[in-house]
Design a protein around this ligand. Structure first.
Ligand code: PLP
Length: 417
């Protein structure tokens, strides 16, 4: 078993035709090794064509930077409140705090695991009653690529005059009623980190409503400079533009984006089919045809009654590295447990698969359960917390072959006591 190649959750995959290297080489050959240039312009044009709706797209250094600049463009200031989906990766909410503003967390609906529109409206009215002001923006998130109920979220945003910033970082190429996510709201976030639908090694983009908005975003992303022969600053800017080298990778990746989308959906269909008769395991899937998910990651639920081999030893050992092998520095912890964590059988399944060279990962822990946000307002119905306890992400993406999916499913069946 141990000499098997490891199956990762979602790995960057370069095109077979080597287009990424061609564009990167061009950047070197023409000496455009800077955060602007022909690849940046070309990548933005490719993205604009892909998302449609006459949107303008600005390529940035990360998806997190895109969230930050979208909030600035929506006028978020210190002390303001911003509504954000709780069931998400921290990059949806952290930039709100960079601005001295306050994230207000909204729990999820069962069908999509995304922002519950009923709770959203309740929260807007309650914040107005409590603070005298409406929140400055609404940030729904396409968790694992599943579309949110954008129809109702847009209706509520319009009713109260609050702009919607779509966090489609995980939902690149997902559609609602045939329209690409990120093009419904005022702004749309894309991420091209190494583990996302397509990659630029690291990078992101902001989908903007028009040329004027895009030019303001570009201005903020390049240190907000005034037109003088010397550096003159009348606003605080950021160094957030995408490098021309990274954009070369992005242009190459755009030649395989449709193939990647097809493959993610194919892997999802295989899991659904192969796991449909396994008691206690349910694949998450789109509630109807209006929700065209990219299935960036495939996710399942494990009933609490199912006993997994080795379950009695779950959470006995303090983890020394980051789950998922994230880059960077992770704080060492003293305790193997927290007051809100996946069930023992889910952790046991993760360890069982890990030993079989399969990377699986718990669902993202809801932000309203994170210690760093313990004092933030939260409108909660229990859905995200209960899903976090029973959910698991399974490998997806271009590197996961049909044979891999069969092997993963056999290992899951094997893990059940
Ligand atoms: C990855 C991600 C981001 C941010 O993207 P980076 O490019 O990694 O900064 C934002 N929101 C969500 C939901 C994400 O998963």
């Amino acid at each position: 078993m141990s000499d098997r190649k490891r199956i990762y959750l979602c790995l960057a995959h370069m095109s077979e035709n080597g287009m990424e290297q061609k564009y990167v080489k061009e950047a070197f050959d023409t000496n455009w090794v800077v955060p602007l240039g022909p690849n940046v312009n070309g990548f933005e044009a490719d993205l604009e064509q892909f998302v449609g709706q006459d949107k303008k797209v600005v390529a940035l250094s990360s998806g997190t930077a895109a969230v930050h600049l979208a909030l600035i463009a929506c006028g978020v200031k210190p002390g303001d409140e911003v509504i954000v989906q709780s069931f998400t990766f921290c990059a949806s909410s952290h930039p709100i705090t960079y601005l001295g503003a306050i994230p207000v967390f909204i729990d999820s609906e069962k069908d999509t695991w995304n922002m519950d529109p009923d709770l959203l409206e309740e929260a807007i009215l309650d914040r107005k009653a409590k603070t005298g002001k409406y929140p400055k923006a609404i940030v729904p998130v396409a968790l694992y690529g599943m579309p949110y109920n954008i129809k109702r979220i847009m209706e509520i945003g319009e009713k109260y005059g609050i702009p919607v910033i779509e966090d489609a970082a995980e939902g690149f190429g997902s559609r609602f009623n045939g329209q690409v996510l990120g093009t419904f709201g005022e702004y749309g976030i894309l991420s091209f980190n190494g583990n996302k639908m397509i990659t630029t090694s690291g990078g992101g983009a902001l989908i903007c409503p028009n040329k004027e908005a895009a030019s303001t975003i570009m201005w903020y992303a390049t240190q907000a400079r005034e037109a003088y022969p010397y550096y003159q600053h009348e606003a605080i800017g950021y160094n957030y533009r995408m490098s021309n080298v990274c954009a070369g990778i992005g242009r190459g990746q755009m030649t395989v984006v449709e193939a990647h989308l097809r493959h993610h959906k194919h892997v999802q269909r295989m899991y659904e089919e192969l796991l449909k008769d396994v008691d206690g395991i349910t694949m998450m899937k789109a509630p109807s045809d209006n929700y065209d998910a990219n299935y960036w990651l495939c996710t399942m639920r494990l009933d609490p009654e199912v006993r997994i081999k080795g379950q009695e030893n779950a959470y006995k050992n303090v983890i020394t590295g980051a789950v998922g092998g994230a880059a960077g520095v992770i704080h060492a912890v003293d305790s193997a447990t927290t007051d809100c964590q996946p069930n023992d059988n889910v952790e046991a399944l993760r360890l069982f698969l890990d030993a079989a060279q399969i990377e699986a990962r718990p669902l993202w822990k809801p932000m309203h359960k994170q210690p760093v946000y313990k004092n933030n307002p939260a409108y909660v119905n229990g859905v995200s917390e209960s899903m976090f306890k029973v959910g698991m992400c399974l490998p997806a993406g271009p590197y996961v072959s049909d044979e891999d999916v069969h092997y993963i499913v056999e290992c899951i069946k094997d893990s059940i006591q």
